[in-house]
Design a protein around this ligand. Sequence first.
Ligand SMILES: [Zn+2]
Length: 311
Amino acid sequence: MPGEPSAPADTLRAFREQVFSEGILHEGDTIGTDDETLFFDLKASKKMIKDCQDWRRTVEGVGIDELYRRIDPFDYPEREAVFDCWPMWFHKTDKKGRPLNIHYFSGMNLPKLYKECTPEKHWQTVLVNCESLPREILPAASRKAGKPIGTVFVIVDLKGFGLSQFWQMKALARNSFQVSQDYFPETMGQLAIVNAPSTFTAIWAIIKPWLSKATAEKVDILGHNYKDVLLKLVDADALPTSLGGTCECPEYGGCHMSCPGPWLDGRVGWGPGNGKEPIYTSGSTDESQATTAASDGTPESVAKVNSDETG
Ligand SMILES: [Zn+2]
């Protein structure tokens, strides 16, 4: 490739060894094993890193670090409404030490949520929730397991979930998948879909193309007889009763509100334990406190959520 800077030979060799040892390329593959294509892939992954860093610097007009400083994913004024109407929460860990990320789709209620939280603010909570994964959730799970934990076990409960709800949340769910796939890649270790209704085949046909091939292969679709399967992967006391376990988290108003797990060790309430007081405590009646937090917590510049969500 004239004019192109060439990768140092040892960089390319190390890259080659890695893609072969991880089974991404194989001896005898008819395409992709020559130096030129490998160099192209190397540049593509550099571009991915660059895109990701650009996104991190600019997202929502302030960048993810500033957004995370303004909104604590475990502790913000609209938390109860968001956890109630957009139920996707972390809850303890599975037998491998991976955090459980439970999605309760039939609880999705955007019209109700938007009465208490603007779509812009909600989208920002989705973003900081993604960011909490590499920043707090996975490091804490790794510390507890005493080994690197790089992925989560996602359980999607479709009990009572209807097609009309799917259309209501489709655009937002797709945007969330996109962010998670593009900027937090390879963080889903396994996905179990439980209580899948017969209509799910139609929904799955729509969702599947959103997922990378590697991700789609990690998906188990389970109907109503899922409990034994889940209990092989998750201890009963780490699994909410609604999914066949024994956990109820009564002290925090139920598993879906509690976010229990090693990531809460050392945190003040739900707030970060790094010296910052929680800006909002669930059940707090101190309205001046909540108001201050809201005005502090709203970025001056809010990027518009994808237009197809509102359209
Ligand atoms: Zn629980």
